[in-house]
Every structure is written in structure tokens, then in C-alpha cells.
Ligand binder design. Structure first.
Ligand code: AGP
Length: 617
């Protein structure tokens, strides 16, 4: 959540940071601010609202400084006010700081600092960091054998801090320097041409450099115009590893689309192709996942998979559960990452863990991964962002290669997780009892998915018309069975997230055990209709709704024939292999939510109260 951009170089820091903040705005957008070092002092500009408001305000100031820090906020402690916006200054004016994360012992630190004469202007936990660094800076000798004074003051401060942080710090007494550190909140150093950037997300850096150093927890970087050093909190030097970012700048740009969400919905055929590229076995009957670092013999030992994730990723885990149990006949347990880490579940001896995360930075998912590893389990990650914390800490994994996902509502990352789950189910199924012939048919079915997704997208104008008719309703039910039940949950989540409409996802047959009480002319139901043995059962559930005057939007494969007049609206999806059905059924629910949100004039890419990546508990 929140975004950080810092700069030390030869250009105007404010211009570069505002450009970076615009790319990070999807991380949080309550307020924004920046500080630059110039004329021997700090100039701070901050405001409630979007980065555009900050840019407007900054344009009226003379911001020529070439070192700076900046921030876009998603509020945790303290309301959305100018005073609570970052950067925060120490009360003696010697330190400016931006922070992502939560300082858990801020009350105790604040009490201590008040006794030392420091004052506070905001309600945030962050401000204690600025003042505590100023306190240590004032005590720190000029030539300490422990190293540079500014770095030491930050380091000593962090030794007293409990909680999580990604910080970037400036001090007017140390011009052309910036200190940044991380614990539990991502931070990346960009190494450019005679310039250095620090950011919480690579997308803020890629327009200036593709050379990056991913900071690890407990590391500090001290940047000057001449270079940088990397240290740990206990003063050990670290040799930096410079990685190359492979994303192109335009991948994270809107192009001709009105919203990132729509762009990313339409990018799904490509994302699906990327997810499967090079991952089918040469004999065309199975999949390959080199990144798992496990042999067929290792897989033979596994008697249970545990999948954990949050939000949309958790829905992908439910589909993985269905497919793995159905095709590979291995039990799967699915847990919310936030619950798993606290519930101390009894686990099988030979369980293999998977965490699923688009960003690779979600704090609950990261904590679940760490908990599983602490208990001695191997933990794999299905992750989109290369080099993210989860990707680095996992024992192995599968990269999604879906490209940057900027829209807060996850779309292409989800269908790519579904495809990877279905390929993984095939992979383990072929090590067990799935026959060669069934494997070949499965692979052929998955290979068609990108093209079928293109066809499903052709329904967009029809779905838009339906959305315009239904945008006035304030309650929706999404109903599906087996592998389509998670898609019902996902459809309801999408609608809630971006249009603020109350929506619930249910297994279709469960509807009559309670939710049916909601049915009226004012509460439409979106049915995800399967083929095969459950078709008739789902039709019966639809009849029950119709009998109570409920409106029905049906999403059904081309070849099924619904009884005349049962559905008020019909959206068809191409017929496909059963393992691909959840992917194709997802596309209409994404488009329906999108067009309803647009019709209700909601800010689709920046829905209220949300942020793209949830890096606080
Ligand atoms: C999806 O639309 C959400 N905004 C959210 O539920 C998201 O999926 C969740 O926060 C997990 O994020 P991650 O995949 O980056 O870990």
C-alpha cells in the first residue's frame, strides 16, 4: 500500500518523482507529497487527494533540488488530512521521511520523544520515525568509526522500532544523500546513469533504469551522488546484486484504453499465452514446471497440498483445489493466508505448500509462507511480479508472466493463476493416474484457451448493454457450482470492489438454504451455467429464482440450451475443456462488473478505500 519514490542525481528531483508517483498511484491515493533538498534546506509540498493535485501544487513552487523523497498514501494511522500526508518532518526540521508500513511501538517512542522536547504535528505512527532519527542525528558524532553520521542515525533508530517499514529519509545537514531501509515493506534501488532512485515498486523506476537492487528485510542503503552502499542494521557490508527488469515502460501505460482494468481484461489472451509458453511436455500430454525444483519421485511423497492466498488469489486457490482433487486425486486444503498464520492448523507430514500472489508483496501471504517454512514445509509461490519478496523467499515457484497489473481489481493475473492451476493439476495428475490419451486431450484443450478467451471478449458490447440495464440495482447474487463456485465469488468481489454494489457469491444449490430470502425483483442473480451432469441441477436453481420474480443473467457455454424464457439475459462463452471453463466464465463477470462500475461513474482503477497491494496487516 502507499508508494515511495526517492531520487538522488542531476535532474530536478520533483519532476522525476511526480512521474514515478503517477505510476505508483494504484498503491494508494488518499494524499500525496514530496520533499526536496535545496538552498541548504528542505522544501515540502503535500496535499490531500491524488498525485495530479500534488503536481499542480508543486508546479507553483520553485523546486530545483536534485535530491528528494515522495509518497502517495493509503491511510492506516490517522485520517486523510494534509497534516497526516507524507513526507513527515522532525520538529527540529533536520529530517524528512516517507514511510510505508506500520510502527507498532509508536506510542512508547512518542512518549520518550516528548520528554526530549520533540513535538508532533500529525496523528500518524510515521512521525515518530522522523523525530527519532533527528534525536539520534543530534547525538551522533561527525566522524564515527561506525560509519557515516546520517546512515548511523537511521540505523540506530531502526534498532528501536517494532513493526514494518519501507522508508526513505533526507536531511538538510547531509545534502545529496538519501538513506532508505526496509523491513516487511518492499523497496527497490534503481541504478541509473549518474542517478539513483528508490521506490516501493519497479514500475516507478523503469522509465529511468532497468538496473535494480531488491532490498531485503533488515537492509539499509546509503545513496550519495557518487554511489551507494548496502548495509545491514548490525553494520555488515553487503555486496549488491544488480538485477535487470524485463518489463517495458509501455506495458504499464494506458494506451488507448480508458482504464487499466479494461486494458488488462483485454490483455488476457496474451497473458494466458505467456503463462503456458514452453510449459507443455514434448509428448503433448503433460506440463513442465522447472521452477518447482521437485522430481516426480518428490511428488509421489506428497499426500496433501495446502494453498493459501488472499482476495482474488484465494479464489484461484479454490479452483486449484477442485482441479487437483478431480484430476490428480490428491487432497488439497485451501486457507486464507491471514487465517492460516494464526490458527496453528495441524498439518500432514508430507504436505507441500503453495502461496498465490500477483504482487508477491501481500503481507498476510508472505507471513503464511514464512509460517509454513518455519514449520519445516517446502513452500512454492505462484507469483506475477518477478523479484518480489514472496518470489524470493519461496523454495521454488511458477512465474505468471502476465505483465504489470495496474488496475486495483485483479483481472489478467487471476485468469493466469487459473490457467497455471489447471496446468499444475495436469502435471501431478500425469504423475498419478491420468492416462496419456486424457493428458493429450487436456493439453489440447488448454492450448485453445487464448483463442477462446479472444472469442469470449467479443461479447463485450453485448455485456455493456446488459450492464447499462442492470447498473441501477444495489444487490446481486452470483451463483455457480464446483469449479464455477469460485468464479461466482470472484464475480461478486469484482462488483463490490469497483462499483460498491452489495454482491454475494454462493454455490448455486446453497441459495435455497438462506440467500433465497434476498430474491426479489430488486436483486438480480448471475448464474454460471455448467455443461454436463450439473446442468439440470443449476437449471432447477434458476427456476426457483424465477418463481420468486428474480431477474437472471446467465453465463453459459455456447452449446447449452436453457429453457425458453428462463434467463432474462444470456451471455455465451465458447465451449471448452472442463479444466478451462473457470477461465472463460471469468471474462464475462469481469466485463459485467467493469461496465456496471463505469455506468455508475465509479473510479474503476482507484476504487475507494482499496489499494493494489496490501502490505500492512
Ligand atoms: C483483487 O481484485 C483484489 N484487489 C485483492 O483481493 C487482491 O487479489 C489481494 O489483495 C491479493 O493480492 P496479491 O495477489 O497481490 O497477493
Amino acid at each position: 500500500m502507499c508508494g515511495i519514490v526517492g531520487y538522488v542525481g542531476r535532474q530536478r528531483a520533483a519532476t522525476i518523482m511526480i512521474e514515478g508517483l503517477k505510476r505508483l498511484e494504484y498503491r494508494g491515493y488518499d494524499s500525496a507529497g514530496l520533499a526536496v533538498l535545496q538552498n541548504g534546506g528542505l522544501t515540502v509540498v503535500k496535499t490531500v487527494g491524488r498525485v495530479a493535485a500534488l503536481a499542480k501544487l508543486a508546479a507553483g513552487k520553485k523546486l530545483s533540488g536534485t535530491s528528494g523523497i515522495s509518497h502517495t498514501r493509503w491511510a492506516t494511522h490517522g485520517g486523510v488530512t494534509d497534516a497526516n500526508a507524507h513526507p513527515h518532518l522532525s520538529s527540529d526540521g533536520q529530517v524528512a521521511l516517507v514511510h510505508n508500513g506500520v510502527i507498532e511501538n509508536y506510542v512508547a517512542i512518542k512518549k520518550f520523544l516528548l520528554t526530549k522536547g520533540y513535538n508532533f504535528a500529525s496523528e500518524t505512527d510515521t512521525e515518530v520515525l522522523a523525530n527519532l532519527i533527528a534525536y539520534h542525528l543530534a547525538k551522533e558524532p561527525e566522524n564515527s568509526p561506525e560509519g557515516p553520521r546520517f546512515l548511523n542515525a537511521v540505523r540506530k533508530t531502526l534498532l528501536h522500532v517494532e513493526g514494518t517499514y519501507g522508508i526513505a529519509v533526507l536531511s538538510p545537514a547531509h545534502p545529496d544523500q538519501l538513506v532508505a531501509a526496509r523491513k516487511g515493506s518492499p523497496l527497490i534501488l534503481g541504478v541509473g546513469d549518474q542517478e539513483y532512485l528508490i521506490a516501493s515498486d519497479v514500475s516507478a523506476l523503469v522509465s529511468r533504469t532497468q538496473n535494480v537492487v531488491y532490498l531485503k528485510d533488515g537492509e539499509l542503503v546509503h545513496i550519495t551522488t557518487g554511489g551507494f552502499t548496502l548495509n545491514t542494521l548490525d553494520l555488515a557490508d553487503i555486496s549488491p546484486v544488480i538485477d535487470k527488469v524485463t518489463w517495458a515502460v509501455d506495458e504499464a501505460e494506458l494506451g488507448d484504453y480508458p482504464h487499466f482494468m479494461l486494458k488488462e481484461i483485454f490483455e488476457q489472451p496474451q497473458a494466458l499465452e505467456n503463462a503456458m509458453r514452453g510449459r507443455f511436455s514434448a509428448d503433448g500430454s503433460s506440463a513442465n514446471f522447472g521452477g518447482l525444483n521437485l522430481t516426480a519421485a518428490d511428488f509421489r511423497q506428497i499426500d496433501r497440498f495446502v494453498f493459501t492466498s488472499c482476495g482474488t488469489g484465494w479464489h484461484a486457490c479454490l479452483v486449484a483445489e477442485h482441479l487437483i482433487e478431480r484430476y490428480a486425486r490428491i487432497p488439497v486444503e485451501v486457507d486464507y493466508a491471514s487465517e492460516f498464520r494464526y490458527r496453528n492448523a495441524p498439518l500432514d507430514r508430507n504436505a507441500l505448500f503453495f502461496v498465490v500472489s500477483q504482487s508477491g508483496e501481500t503481507i498476510d501471504t508472505l507471513a503464511a509462507l514464512r509460517e509454513a517454512k518455519r514449520k519445516g514445509y517446502k513452500c512454492m509461490a505462484i507469483c506475477n511480479v518477478v523479484g518480489s519478496t514472496i518470489a524470493r523467499e519461496a523454495d521454488g515457484g511458477i512465474y505468471q508472466h502476465a505483465g504489470p497489473e495496474i488496475g486495483v481489481a485483479s483481472t489478467k493475473a487471476f485468469t493466469s493463476q487459473l490457467l497455471i492451476s489447471s496446468m499444475f493439476a495436469l502435471y501431478v495428475a500425469r504423475m498419478r493416474d491420468l492416462s496419456f490419451a486424457d493428458g493429450v486431450e487436456y493439453v489440447a484443450g488448454l492450448r485453445r484457451v487464448p483463442d477462446l478467451a479472444r472469442r469470449a471478449l467479443e461479447q463485450a458490447p453485448h455485456i455493456r448493454e446488459i450492464a447499462l440495464r442492470y447498473a441501477r440495482f444495489n444487490d446481486f447474487l452470483f451463483l455457480g457450482r464446483l469449479s464455477l463456485f469460485p468464479i461466482a465469488l470472484e464475480g461478486a468481489l469484482k462488483l463490490k470492489e469497483i462499483s460498491y454494489i452489495h454482491a454475494e457469491g454462493y454455490p448455486a444449490a446453497e441459495m435455497k438454504h438462506g440467500p433465497i430470502a434476498l430474491i426479489s425483483e430488486q436483486c438480480p442473480s448471475v448464474f454460471l451455467v455448467p455443461k454436463g451432469e450439473l446442468f439440470n441441477k443449476v437449471v432447477s436453481s434458476m427456476q426457483e429464482i424465477k418463481a420468486r420474480k428474480g431477474l437472471i443473467i446467465a453465463i453459459a457455454p455456447d452449446s447449452v440450451e436453457l429453457p425458453e424464457g428462463l434467463a432474462d439475459e444470456l451471455i455465451t462463452i465458447p465451449d471448452c475443456h472442463e479444466a478451462a471453463l473457470p477461465i472463460l466464465a471469468t471474462i464475462p463477470v469481469q466485463l459485467l462488473s467493469y461496465y456496471i462500475a463505469v455506468a455508475r461513474k465509479c473510479d474503476v482503477d482507484k476504487p475507494r478505500n482499496l489499494a493494489k497491494s496490501v502490505t500492512v496487516e
